[in-house]
Design a protein around this ligand. Structure first.
Ligand SMILES: [Mg+2]
Length: 420
């Protein structure tokens, strides 16, 4: 909890975020030396994209060693998410009644999408887009995040099959809206189409409205890809939590989405700060971390979850549901974590066996549980089959490395200057 000493008091949060915002302008530089952060193709016509397991061959580790215990949590969260996703993919959309009779007990291929054992779906693909953006931009640039989601949707960037084979309706609508806005923006500011996906001018980017969704759009698609944000910014909880909310709202505009992402982001941040499971799942979590939330209250539906509504021992029989509504999804993932008896395997299977949006409930569970139990404690029999595991592990190293650099360059020096 050493880092907490640098955190400012509640009254100073607003001015701190303003200062941080000014400094963030420097985080918009594009990193172009890592080709694996950008779409690459096997052919000149760009019909066959290189998949993550092909990109991992050209990746290199960061130039300096990173903190091993933090890396273990970050890799645990990223791979835990991919595991939950792959575990639930074969039964996605199956109703709970089906899973009561045919429970998932192990990792399999086939089923809903006909994937190979260990291949992941949209949840992990979008999270890899988000992680790549944080590394490529050395910070939080929502415009670039949307560009990468668009690359995934249109070209299969970061997909486990090379194609986008599954996209939620809200995400699809927002990405189509983003493309419309990009086109209008290019005409208005005379930007060439080649340049459009690679804008780095801070003043220009400020003019682009990245909120491509509307109030009332509250699907779990925002939460399923969240992890890279709290993992990258955990050293500065106020920024990590505000960015968590914003990362969801650019495609899912409802207040409940913003607050579900802020709350779940805060839980992942607290996990990286070494907090115990009792603290994480305490009904007082929000109260004891109020400063992290900029003192902004949570939406009442999210507040109810933060106060323990997920603690229902009957699970499905007690009304826990793995549905696409973000409030259900958040509650279900936390129920799985609360009732897993400290076993990732048990928790991930419980999340999947709720049925409905099984892969997403388990991917959300995996982000937090993986960070808490750490990579080395994930089930080895499943780890052997995670698609593009080396890519995810190496990307996690870069998240750790660039997150640390971001903190020392943009936050610790800002704090020092402010307190001089
Ligand atoms: Mg999915």
């Amino acid at each position: 909890m050493v880092i907490m000493n640098t955190i400012l008091y509640i009254g100073e949060v607003q001015s701190y975020l303003t200062l941080l915002g000014q400094r963030l302008r420097y985080a918009h530089q594009l990193v172009r030396d890592k080709r694996w952060l950008y779409p690459q193709y096997h052919d000149n016509e760009h019909t066959k994209i290189k998949k993550p397991d092909e990109l991992e061959r050209e990746m290199e580790d960061p130039p300096e060693n990173v903190d091993k215990s933090i890396l273990d949590r970050i890799q645990g969260s990223m791979v835990g998410m991919a595991l939950g996703d792959a575990l639930g993919a074969p039964v996605e959309f199956r109703p709970p009644q089906y899973l009561l009779v045919n429970p998932v007990t192990d990792l399999h291929g086939g089923g809903t999408w006909g994937l190979n054992k260990g291949q992941f779906t949209d949840d992990t693909s979008m999270a890899l887009c988000l992680g790549s953006s944080l590394i490529a931009r050395r910070g939080f640039v929502p415009y670039d995040q949307l560009v990468r989601y668009k690359w995934w949707y249109k070209n299969g960037y970061m997909s486990s099959t090379g194609k986008c084979f599954d996209i939620g309706m809200a995400t699809c609508d927002s990405l189509l809206e983003f493309q419309r806005r990009q086109k209008n923006f290019a005409e208005k500011y005379k930007i060439s189409l080649e340049q459009l996906d690679f804008l780095s001018d801070f003043d220009l980017l400020k003019k682009f409205n990245v909120y491509c969704s509307n109030s009332g759009i509250a699907g779990n698609g925002a939460l399923m890809r969240l992890a890279p944000v709290p993992l990258f910014f955990y050293r500065q909880p106020i920024a990590a939590i505000e960015f968590s909310g914003c990362s969801g709202q650019i495609t899912h505009g409802d207040q409940k989405v913003y607050d579900a992402c802020r709350y779940y982001g805060a839980l992942i941040v607290a996990t990286l700060h070494g907090e115990s499971k009792d603290h994480l799942l305490s009904e007082k979590f929000y109260q004891t971390h109020k400063a992290w939330f900029g003192n902004q209250r949570l939406h009442k539906d999210i507040q109810m979850i933060s106060e323990g509504s997920f603690k229902r021992s009957g699970g499905l029989m007690d009304g826990i549901r793995g549905k696409g509504y973000i409030v259900n999804a958040l509650e279900a993932a936390l129920w799985a974590f609360w009732s897993d008896e400290n076993s990732f395997e048990k928790g991930a299977l419980s999340a999947v066996n709720l049925g409905d949006d099984a892969d997403t409930t388990a991917a959300i569970y995996g982000q937090l549980a993986g960070a808490y139990y750490t990579y080395k404690n994930l089930p080895q029999k499943w780890l052997d089959h995670v698609y593009a595991k080396n890519f995810i592990q190496c990307l996690s190293k870069w998240i750790t490395y660039e997150g640390s650099k971001w903190y020392s360059e943009h936050v610790s020096s800002a704090t020092k200057k402010e307190t001089k």
